[in-house]
Design a binder for this molecule. Structure first.
Ligand code: NAD
Ligand code: GDD
Length: 331
């Protein structure tokens, strides 16, 4: 089998970093591109280019000599970030996505995979915690998450148009909340699993953490190794329409807190802050089509996946506490 030359954009980020390692292990030659180096571990990429993909010339440089593109670069974060930065997110992601589609076409790549999101699904189907799992066809008629979700839905359509009008073979994957080691756990872009792990790692047994909302909102969470395996499988498949990639193990945020407390071995008191962003009331993935297409679906349970995730975040929190406080010099 000839070695493929593969591009991963967003290779300095959480999923992109893990995807690079997975693709290198699978025997591909991998170019990683991001505007920053990976924060927590060195990349396994054969080549890593630091480029701002909002500039079309950089998209061209990133795609030169490439067989397959995994386009993961995005301005993104948890619900706190995506509800606070709609203009920047929609602008930055539109520029990157159009630039990468054009560059991939011009380079004549054989496949282009776009990382979409469960945020494309209509708000009115996600108003109950006991939500009906979301099927791919539910995305239309549309009422996506403002900003981030709308832009993802637009780019899904752009993939369809570039495929039909310009012959670019595309794959579209809708991730449901992904967690694991080496993911953003502080700074404002973190999602619930990492935020809850960080908060619990930072308290003593019996301490209190803040939980956004009443904690009865529901989600499904996918471990990152399942995510990268699923991405690779979908890229290799013949299926070009959008596909969910997530688990259908739905839990409340309170149950997520219970699971992290158990892994940490700590009793945790909760302060529910109902003024904080909560997003949709309920969200779960319907994996029927994923199973039909791949004969596979994510397998890691949340209880299992939280063990390595918590261990890694606990280590980061401990290291930050142990680091000497920086000395502020008077001007
Ligand atoms: P991440 O923020 O860790 O990684 C995204 C990377 O894109 C970052 O390293 C960032 O520096 C890079 N980037 C942003 N702007 C850039 C620019 N102008 N030029 C070059 N690089 C730029 O996020 P992630 O969790 O790894 O997400 C990867 C992809 O999956 C994104 O497209 C995201 O929207 C999608 N997604 C993720 C989740 C999730 O739960 N993590 C859920 C749904 C969709
Ligand atoms: N981030 C965060 N931090 N969320 C918390 C916290 C906390 O400390 N405490 C409770 N939550 C609640 C939020 O209020 C929300 O109801 C739920 O946990 C999940 O929050 P997030 O993980 O931040 O985001 P999301 O599931 O609403 O949306 C995420 O997943 C999408 C894909 O499924 C985002 O990361 C999107 O960008 C992503 O596309």
């Amino acid at each position: 089998m000839a070695v493929k030359r593969v591009l991963v954009t967003g290779a300095g980020g959480f999923i992109g970093h893990h995807l690079v390692s997975h693709l290198v292990r699978s025997g591909h030659w991998v170019r990683g591109v991001d505007q920053k180096q990976p924060e927590y571990a060195a990349t396994d990429a054969d080549e890593f280019l630091t480029l701002d993909l909002r500039d079309p010339a950089n998209c061209t440089a990133a795609s030169a000599g490439i067989d397959e593109v995994y386009h993961l670069a995005a301005d993104m974060g948890g619900i706190g970030y995506i509800t606070a930065e709609r203009a920047s997110i929609a602008r930055n992601n539109t520029l990157m996505n159009i630039g990468m589609l054009d560059a991939a076409c011009a380079a004549g790549v054989s496949r282009f995979l776009f990382s979409s999101s469960a945020c494309v699904y209509p708000h009115h189907l996600q108003t109950n915690a006991d939500v009906v799992p979301l099927r791919e066809d539910d995305a239309w008629p549309a009422q996506p998450e403002e900003g981030y979700g709308l832009e993802k839905l637009f780019c899904e359509k752009m993939c369809q148009y570039y495929s039909s009008d310009r012959g670019l073979p595309t794959r579209v994957v809708r991730f449901h909340n992904v967690y694991g080691p080496l993911g953003t756990y502080d700074g404002g872009r973190e999602k619930a699993p990492a935020a809850i792990c960080r908060k619990i790692a930072g308290i003593a047994d019996g301490g209190e953490i803040e939980v956004w909302g009443d904690g009865e909102q529901t989600r499904s969470f996918m471990y990152v190794s399942d995510c990268v395996e699923g991405i690779h499988r979908i890229m290799q498949s013949d299926y070009a329409l959008p596909l969910n990639l997530g688990t259908d193990e739905m839990v409340t945020v309170n149950e997520l807190v219970d699971l992290v407390s158990a892994v940490a071995g700590k009793t945790v008191r909760r302060h529910h802050d109902r003024t904080k962003p909560q997003g949709v009331r309920g969200r779960n993935s319907d994996n029927t089509r994923l199973r039909d297409v791949l004969g596979w679906e994510p397998k890691m349970t949340l209880a299992e996946g939280l063990r390595p995730t918590y261990a890694w975040i606990e280590q980061q929190v401990a290291a930050a506490k142990a680091a000497p406080a920086s000395v502020l010099m008077p001007a």
